[in-house]
Design a protein around this ligand. Structure first.
Ligand code: FB9
Length: 496
């Protein structure tokens, strides 16, 4: 809202005027910037029909900077005439004056001065008349003073000398509107419960909605580098025919996160040091009873050719809620669901989402990261199939030379760590982990005996940090992230 005092003054001017006032004229008479008066006009327009304002453009003449200088100090020719003493002035001296060159030629054409070229010591300039009238200056002073119009010929002469310019100014012609009033009641901008309850809304006026108003334009929209790399990995999985798993539950039960994967309840990964347990709700319920019983049995007594872990498996341990430590918990849920189907169909699943580990934090590890996981279930899959699909997957990242190293996971046997030599970093880089899910995990779910499931996992942060040359994970995620990094990170293109 413009300055209330100016709005009131403007309303009084309109009321006093016979038919209206011009915003430029009002600004001039108040010694205000024209834009301030325009602001007051616009705020009155927003109130409805208080005033009528017609935009119009008017032309007027203004002195240029040079014109103002001449109006102040006289024309160049008059100053040349004034600078010549009775004994005359060497032409070379006259040309050294700032107004010398332009003034000399004008004074000569006005026949105000003359040159004696035969003078000893070089050409000398003398006055040719007793006195002169500086008409240029007088005309400019007339324009400056807003006096009566100059002849067209005179104006174009001054315009040609760049002493005068014609300026077009837009201004408002302001007159009384159909609901003109000099007392503007404050317009409410929201209808409150108090107004409705008390009925006071009846005496108030409300600012009309401006449905044309545009929202505040966001200064920028940028995707985080992690999300750009996630999209690239998602694209790779999709073109390999994988379907994305539903990972929209960070909270998981220990049953699906550990027990269903044949990870024993006394495993160190299941204690507080490595896992974030949830206090409320602390316990999960509603597990498939028959499946749970088969899991209990395979842990405590063995089965399916396995001797099991021979410990007293407790449901209370399986019921503990936690933040999932890997997306393999989701893979377990999906494989169990697959096993419930009448007829087994081969599948290729993937997931890319956050997992949480109560780890020691350092430059490359936070208490959470994004795990990327691929899972393939089919009849008769072997370790060779796993190696083959890992070559195909990493090849799409531009990584062609892989090395596999025997490893251990509680839920896969055999297991392999995956390595590649990074030409840029000139060192072997661990790319992730992989393996064949154990029968003690798959058979209690009810999958056919000849079905094998191969899987692998890696993180999203490591390739992102390498891709964008980030050394400290805190530059990538967390409250200390420099947003400029987000704005500046180019779209991710993993080699394909
Ligand atoms: O991401 C990892 N390394 C990596 C991946 C891609 C990459 O791209 C290059 C630019 C081209 C570079 C590096 N790693 C896995 C290896 C290491 O970073 C490791 O130190 C950290 N690992 C995490 C776990 O740390 C507790 C990365 C994370 C990881 C490890 C294993 C799995 C998932 C994530 C898994 C699994 C799995 C195994 C079998 C069956 C199912 C899932």
């Amino acid at each position: 809202m413009a300055d209330a005092g100016l709005v009131d003054t403007l309303l009084r001017r309109v009321e006093e005027a016979e038919d209206g006032v011009d915003s430029l004229q009002v600004a001039g008479s108040l010694g205000l910037d024209h834009q301030a008066v325009v602001g007051a006009v616009k705020s009155l327009i927003a109130l409805g029909e208080v005033i009528s304002a017609d935009l119009r453009s008017s032309k007027h003449w203004e002195l240029t900077e040079e014109g103002k200088e001449i109006a102040e100090q006289g024309s160049h020719e008059a100053r040349v005439f004034g600078s010549i003493p009775d004994e005359g002035l060497a032409q070379s001296e006259l040309m050294k004056l700032s107004f010398g060159k332009v003034g000399f030629s004008k004074a000569m054409s006005n026949k105000w001065i003359k040159v004696d070229k035969t003078h000893e010591g070089g050409a000398r300039v003398f006055r040719a008349v007793e006195a002169v009238v500086d008409q240029v200056r007088e005309k400019l002073l007339q324009v400056q003073g807003g006096a009566e119009k100059l002849e067209e010929k005179e104006k174009s002469e001054l315009k040609k000398r760049k002493l005068l310019s014609e300026v077009t100014v837009k201004s408002y012609w302001i007159s009384k509107g159909s609901s003109f009033s000099t007392s503007i009641t404050k317009q409410e901008t929201e209808l409150t419960t108090e107004m409705i309850a008390s009925g006071s809304w009846k005496e108030k006026t409300f600012k009309p909605y401006n449905f044309e108003a545009l929202g505040v334009a966001p200064d920028s929209g940028h995707l985080h580098p992690l999300l750009k790399v996630r999209t690239q990995f998602r694209q790779i999985f999709l073109e390999m025919g994988f379907s994305e798993m539903p990972t929209n539950n960070f909270v998981e039960s220990s049953f699906w996160n550990f027990d269903s994967l044949f990870q024993p309840q006394q495993h160190p990964a299941r204690d507080q040091h490595d896992t974030f347990f949830i206090s409320d709700p602390a316990q999960a319920k509603g597990f498939p009873e028959e499946y749970l019983e088969r899991v209990r049995k395979v842990h405590s007594e063995g089965g399916y050719g396995s001797q099991g872990y021979k410990y007293d498996w407790k449901i209370e341990e399986a019921q503990k809620n936690l933040l999932r430590t890997h997306t393999t918990a989701v893979s377990a849920r999906m494989l169990y669901k697959l096993a419930q189907q009448e007829e087994f169909k081969p599948v290729k699943y993937f997931s890319i989402d956050r997992v949480f580990r109560n780890e020691t934090l350092d430059a490359t590890h936070l208490a959470e990261f994004h795990q990327i996981e691929g899972v393939v279930a089919d009849r008769g899959l072997t370790l060779g199939d796993l190696m083959g699909i890992l070559h195909q997957f990493f090849n799409k990242l531009g990584i062609t030379k892989l090395r596999f190293k025997p490893a251990f996971n509680p839920y896969t046997e055999p297991s392999m760590e995956v390595f590649s030599y990074h030409e840029g970093l000139k060192k072997w880089v661990e790319l992730g982990n992989s393996g064949v899910f154990r029968p003690e995990m798959l058979l209690p779910m009810g999958l056919p005996e000849d079905v094998t499931v191969i899987a692998w996992g890696l993180s999203l942060e490591r390739p992102t940090m390498i891709k964008y040359g980030i050394n400290n994970i805190r530059e990538l995620v967390g409250h200390k992230v420099n947003l400029q990094m987000v704005y500046d990170s180019p779209i991710c293109r993993l080699d394909s």
